[in-house]
Ligand binder design. Sequence first.
Ligand code: ZN
Length: 487
Amino acid sequence: MDLHATTGMDTRLSVGRRGFLAAGAGAAMAAAGLSAPAYARPARPSRPRAPRARNVIFMVADGMSAGTLTIADSVRRMRDGKASAWCTLWERPGARRTAQKTQCADAFVTDSAAAAAAWGCGFSCNTGVLNVTPDGRQRLPILAHARQCGKATGVVTTTRVTHATPAGFCVNIPHRDLEDAIAEQMLERGFDVMLGGGAKHFPPELIARYPNLKVVRTAEELRAAPPGRLLGIFSRDHIPHVVDRTEKIPTLEAMSAAALDRLAVAPEGFVLQIEGGRVDHAAHDNDAVSLVHEQLEFDRTLEHVMQWMEGRDDTLLIVTTDHGNANPGLTLYGRRGEESLHRLLKGTRSFETMLARIARGRKERELGRVISEVVEEGTGVALETTEVNMLASVLQSQRVMPFRDANNATSVLGSILASTFGVAFTSPNHTSDMVELTSLGPGSDALRPVMHNNEVWQVLVQAMCLEPARLLPGMDQLIRLNRVEGD
Ligand SMILES: [Zn+2]
């Protein structure tokens, strides 16, 4: 019996969440009367093989709750006079929608590593683990598999290239935080295009081992890059939020266009993962301004991909997210709803930047005054004295929010600004909600209305008719796993 093929996640876990986590997935399953391991790959569907997809484009708006998609769509309708690309995609003939379950092997609320690994290898992994199942076995991720079968491969992200979501398609690593090791394995495995942030994990001595790898570090260098293997690392850490970015750094759309141009000439086709990774970070921060701009950037990128696919019938497109996050929603009635979105679009700075400025400013000046100035400069909102005091209190480690998990500066600021921007959040954490998955192209007919994330891998493999994977050298070794928390 497959754990995730049932809809009984809550009834199954009569042992309770605490027992589930403490005892491990195997014990919880035994307690619930289930026999298969929690990380079991679902059985091969009996349906006939779908038409062959030469290419797969897998797009992830990381940590995108339904409210995030809805707000971005509302902004596009209000500002641009047309629906979002994602909502337009739903109207395309042949487009399918799937409600995707996201629980990982050891938790109801997944992190990005376990979620990306479920897509990447078809097995549920523990929180924070990349393509190593709870029994310690290494499972070949989809990009390495596709490369074995002669396809070109690439990842594009606004996070560090070594971050959980791209890594989930590329590497076998027991802990997502081992990003130096992830960088090494990504280069060693020979993927063709890797674009994003995270230069700090690619030191010169590592890059020097790959003389045929072209490395670019600015938008201009990306535009001028010659053909061949390409690593683009445009910031030391994550790529800055859209609202904080300079023109030196390419947009997600520009990186994706460059990757598509390079991969499209591959004789056997390609697999490309594109991640709007900072949608998730803005949601964690309860930062509505950044959230909307990150999602709009993802949507422009999707629009570009849909244009690229126009007239083609050889490419499977999947657009999805790995989990909900903070569940934002526009929540003001009547005219106030639209007016609040107009106010939101005037924001010019992320919480990340504003709170860093407040941290610097408070060393020299009175905290309340610094808060007022920085928030007004970054959002156009003049805070009331009580609101300034709430933010000052949480910055001085006092309890302000009833929900303990939300008692941090970003959630307090997000909650204060909800009065103006109309977007309120439930928490600074991921959520267990089922999430949207939209698909179009050959092979998409295997995607059912409700699926678990670890069933999507099979659809990719079947759509491309990939030959069975061969383990890479060293992959037959078992890896001992320690429990971690992820985000
Ligand atoms: Zn996250």
